[in-house]
Write a protein that binds this ligand. Structure first.
Ligand SMILES: [Zn+2]
Length: 344
């Protein structure tokens, strides 16, 4: 007798789903007056969704730029260590072996990532310092320009046409030398071209959608998706930019994005980068929300995929759409693990 769908989901989630993008560290920093934020605000949903590895991003909010970027970046890492020290359910991981051991011990593994290199300013040596603190994946930019690169804007062909400046090229080479994963998410298209030309190892998009469904520079062209796949890299499909309208932003819309990446590459090149940020959105005042809409775009949260606690809904829908368990396993964790094994 074949097992029930719920038992299949249990089995598929048991190794631990990997989400390579969560804006966790900024939130821990903003809530620094509280203790046990990880335990109280994140752990229940991570456990309910069977999440095993999270890419926990350092991100520096506008008000801290530029002078406080380094200090706030370091303080975000300090907050994570403090939270993990007092919570045996989590561990900070730096290598593939540490991820495997964390999962064997039933812990949720947190991989420190960076979204925008503002914390290093123009000092390449600081990358080494962040590496020693555990940083293992870096995207050069968010939407805004910094000393290393230009971000992809939330419009079609509205971003800078410039590729990487000399400092950005140095950063990319140093990332590859140190063994830090290079993340193309948010980078402007000309910058992506430059990183592809400058590097040899697999690259990732931690949280990006195909432009086919939402044609903005912040998303990835078919050619860039193919190039990352051909390099043995992985595209983590974003849950927050599935489409420009609420009608498109459904669970099926998300799976359509996933299946299109598979169509352009193969099932070994697609993974998860949920980019859940409704918890941040909900903390904001209407003025802050309006500012984000003006600066980027109106977010449309997928109703049944709004947080990690709903991750099983995705797996259930993949099963309903005829996905084989072997392929679901690659999407949920196998492909990220392959990249971690090769690069970390
Ligand atoms: Zn992002």
């Amino acid at each position: 007798m074949t097992d029930s769908v719920e038992a299949r989901i249990d089995r598929l989630h048991a190794p631990g789903v990997i989400d390579m993008h969560l804006d966790l560290l900024m939130d821990l920093y903003e809530k620094r007056k509280r203790k046990n934020v990880l335990r109280d605000d994140f752990q229940p949903q991570l456990e309910a969704g069977g999440i095993g590895v999270v890419g926990a991003a350092i991100y520096i909010d506008e008000p801290y730029l530029p002078e406080q970027a380094l200090r706030v970046g370091l303080d975000q890492i300090a907050r994570l260590y403090e939270e993990v020290d007092s919570n045996p359910r989590f561990t900070i991981v730096r290598t593939y072996d540490e991820i495997v051991r964390a999962r064997q011990a039933g812990k949720i593994a947190l991989l420190i990532t960076m979204e925008g290199v503002e914390p290093i300013g123009t000092d390449l040596n600081l990358l080494r310092v962040f590496y020693e603190l555990g940083l293992r994946s870096v995207g050069l930019t968010h939407a805004r320009r910094n000393m290393a690169a230009d971000g992809g804007l939330f419009g079609a062909n509205t971003s800078s046409r410039h590729g990487l400046p000399p400092f950005g090229r140095q950063v990319v080479q140093e990332l590859e030398r140190l063994g830090i994963i290079i993340d193309l998410a948010h980078l402007n298209p000309a910058g992506v071209d430059d990183v592809l030309a400058l590097t040899k190892r697999p690259l990732i998009f931690s949280h990006t959608n195909p432009r086919k469904f939402y044609d903005i520079d912040r998303n990835a062209s078919d050619d860039h998706i193919r190039a990352v796949g051909a390099r043995g890299g992985v595209i983590g499909v974003n849950g927050a930019l599935v489409g420009s309208t609420a009608e498109q932003c459904t669970l099926d819309g998300y799976v359509d994005n996933i299946e299109y990446v598979v169509e352009l590459t193969n099932v070994d090149s697609v993974a998860i980068g949920f980019d859940y940020f409704k918890f941040i959105w909900d903390q904001w005042t209407p003025t802050q929300q309006a500012a984000l809409v003006a600066y980027l775009a109106q977010p449309h949260f997928i109703p049944d995929l709004q947080h990690h606690g709903q991750a099983r809904n995705l797996t259930r829908r993949l099963i309903e759409r005829g996905w084989k368990d072997e392929d679901i396993a690659k999407l949920l964790y196998g492909n990220w693990m392959r990249v971690f094994k090769e690069l970390l």
